[in-house]
Ligand binder design. Structure first.
Ligand code: HEC
Length: 141
């Protein structure tokens, strides 16, 4: 009888230990890890031609706020792979204006976009080739 009790006690102790090991004890949950800050999830098409150049420009000048492949950054800036930015609503000239003059916050609550220094209209055309390619691959036409 005593032996059974001791055995039971040992089992309970082991079980408690295992549960404590598995249970989260603080730290950063996966959802808040920096690599999980995208706002939309998308399908990536092949990036070719001018879009390859645009991807590089985007990675230098836009990615900090608009996220990898334009998927947005929680807390920083909106996804450009989004119906709001389809060509019928935000034509190419809207992208040129956004880069040249900045944007006063109106669609989202991330704050204003500052003008982006050092880019030519040609650079922005390349970025457009890249963003429109990804938009089309995700049904945003
Ligand atoms: C410092 C952060 C930041 C950077 C860098 C940035 N943007 Fe933005 N952008 C924003 C925010 C925030 C908005 C949303 C404003 C709003 O609420 O409508 C925005 C909006 C836009 C819009 C929509 C304009 C409109 O008329 O509504 C376009 C297009 C755009 N960005 C393109 C770009 C491109 C291209 C680059 C890189 C060359 C870039 N942005 C870099 C923060 C940024």
């Amino acid at each position: 009888m005593n032996r059974k009790l001791i055995l039971l006690g040992a089992c309970a102790a082991i079980a408690a230990y295992v549960v404590l090991q598995i249970a989260p004890t603080g730290g950063t949950p996966a959802a808040q890890a920096p690599e999980n800050k995208a706002i939309v999830s998308i399908q990536m098409p092949d990036i070719q031609g001018n879009a390859v150049i645009g991807e590089k420009v985007f990675q230098n000048a836009c990615i900090s706020c608009h996220g990898p492949n334009g998927t947005g950054v929680d807390g920083a800036g909106p996804p450009l792979i989004h119906k709001i930015y389809e060509p019928g609503h935000h034509a190419d000239e809207a992208f040129q204006r956004a880069v040249a003059n900045g944007v006063r916050s109106h669609h989202w609550s991330f704050g204003d976009m500052p003008p982006i220094e050092g880019l030519t209209r040609g650079d922005v055309k390349m970025v457009l080739a890249y963003i429109r390619t990804i938009q089309r691959a995700n049904g945003i036409n």
